[in-house]
Design a protein around this ligand. Sequence first.
Ligand code: ADP
Ligand code: ZN
Length: 593
Amino acid sequence: MKKFNKPGKINKFHIIAAVLIIGAVLAGILLNQQPEHEKITYNEFLQAVEEGKIEKVYLNHSDQMQGEYTNGKTFVTDNPRTENLKESLLVQDIIVDEMNDQIQGNQILSMIATLSLFGVLIFAVNRKGFKQTQGKAGKSLFNAVLPENVNVNFSSIAGNEEAKDSVQELVDFIKNPEKYARYGARLPRGVIFYGSPGTGKTLMAKAVAGESDVPFIAVSGSDFVQVYVGVGASRIRDLFKRARSYGKCVIFIDEIDALGKKRDGGVDGGGNDERDQTLNALLSEMSGFQDNEGIVVIAATNRLDTLDEALLRPGRFDRHIEIQLPDIKSRLRILELHSKNKPLDKEVDLEKVAKQTVYFSGAKLENLLNEAAILAARRSSESIQTQDIDKAFYTIIAGAEKKDRSAISEQDRRVTAYHEAGHALVTRLTAPENKVTRITIIPSTKGAGGFSMNIPPDRMYYKKKDMEASIKIALAGRAAEELIFGEENITTGASNDLEKATGTLLNMIRRFGMNAKSGLLNYDVLYNNGFREVQEEVLDECRTRMDELYEEVKELLLKNKRVLEAVAESLLTHETLEEKDLDLIVQAFAKAG
Ligand code: ADP
Ligand code: ZN
């Protein structure tokens, strides 16, 4: 329910506001009549400190601070109000005067100005009300949602079973730190949830708090991105101080990228002081946790690979849990969950809706049902009907950006299905001891299409035939595309596969002496000893061998085309197949001969 301000009515708040504003303006004018202070930016101030040009700084609690250069001139600059500013100035032999007892005229004015402005600000914030006390921290930074108000637990999340399993352990850690302490086990400090927007990362983090029965503090990385050096860092310290005051709790940092993006050293080269300081503050607060204190930091990002490695090191955010887009089964569960409190018509076939909503995130599904509910309400219909859902569906699809996955074409789905089926089938045929954990045509953040995980058994040495098998498995996606859709319709979807295959093959030839023609010579040694022509030779060998392997893969798939089709069609229907589903299909054909 939205609260509207009644327009046009003058009340005592307006009068207070007017007085405060007039005060601020007056004081501001008077202040400006004191021209002897040079106004410099905080960065200029830091520069001057570094160059030893500053003699004295007057520190107070306003947002401006004054000082004297060594040449006697004075300046004003912004006061970052960081805890350690005084110390860092003292270290540089600068006199710091905390002006409590010698307030001068213009300082009084500046205080009035600041106080008035503060008044106006507080007044404005208050007017906006406290509707932000729950959920993502907006205006009210760092306020926790207390356990009795969290209202979210694992049953509020449909699908995401694997993530829930991983997270379950976290809950146990928070609930029973003593148990783990007894074994000398350390509580995990930082966890990263990664996955597309709307997949329920925030929901999952909240559920961790709900399940553990501890407060939930939600902030966003961008809350800490500040212009003044040191402000973000001091906010981080505030955040953790606040968290500690609750004892056990879950801190959720949404959009951690804002703080912890990889340093590219490129355009804004040399890094960004403010951000580095903030990030360091976060890391040092995290390493300052007492073991088994019961505070867990969960951070969310859309893409894990854009984060600074410093964040991901052991003892920091060293647990990474993927929150995936839902497949057809999970979509049905999410739809069922969110239609519980809605008058859904008996005729509505949620299974059909689940089928229709490929690549929809949980948030989008929730939105779909909500839009449908609004449409039904507008029609004053007894219940939400199929027509409402259809209409909502097309509105959402039409409003989606082009690059959005929901608008992905049926043809793209087919290509992905055959590509992935190719990988999976060739794995079964050439390296049956490899585990295929999951095949899916739902894109993950790791790749454009689906991916099939191929885990070769752990071993110390790899045999030539294993390496060749892994090249063939990598090539099988492209080979399946070519076989089914024709040479001119092959896609860019194989780019990572080709990178992997090339790398493996090159190693076999250059370093492992596994190529008949090149024999046992190590090409790098040859090259370093002046045999430059070996470069051409390696290239020729790679090309020939890769072509041979590709032909073999195509032949293999051609011979098993009906199995390939069965796997691909099954993927198109179910979107995700487990290893046992794949085995069932392969075995069925083996029996049929
Ligand atoms: P993210 O943080 O990944 O962007 P959110 O947690 O903010 O996503 O998800 C937004 C909303 O979408 C949730 O509050 C919930 O209503 C719905 N939602 C998303 N995923 C799920 C899910 N797996 N089960 C139930 N609801 C979900
Ligand atoms: Zn592939």
